[in-house]
Design a protein around this ligand. Structure first.
Ligand SMILES: [Zn+2]
Length: 72
């Protein structure tokens, strides 16, 4: 069952903060370390996606340099 997490958008121009459900697009991070749960979030404000490591109730955004490059 999916839970929502309190997250802050890591994109400096946005800085949205709130409760967010991870996207269900789990394929995008397959291939990284399988024992590390990584969730993908999509900001409802700026529509950027970012990935974060899930540790219990906390999510730790991965550095933006490690994010897949998105083209808009
Ligand atoms: Zn944002």
């Amino acid at each position: 069952m999916l839970t929502s997490y309190l997250v802050r958008c890591p994109f400096p121009a946005c800085d949205w903060f709130g409760s967010l459900l991870p996207t269900q697009d789990t394929d995008s991070w397959r291939g990284s370390v399988p024992t590390t749960p990584v969730a993908t979030f999509e900001c409802p404000q700026c529509r950027h996606q970012w990935r974060a490591r899930v540790q219990g109730d906390d999510v730790i955004p991965l550095p933006l340099e490690q994010q897949p490059q998105l083209v808009f």
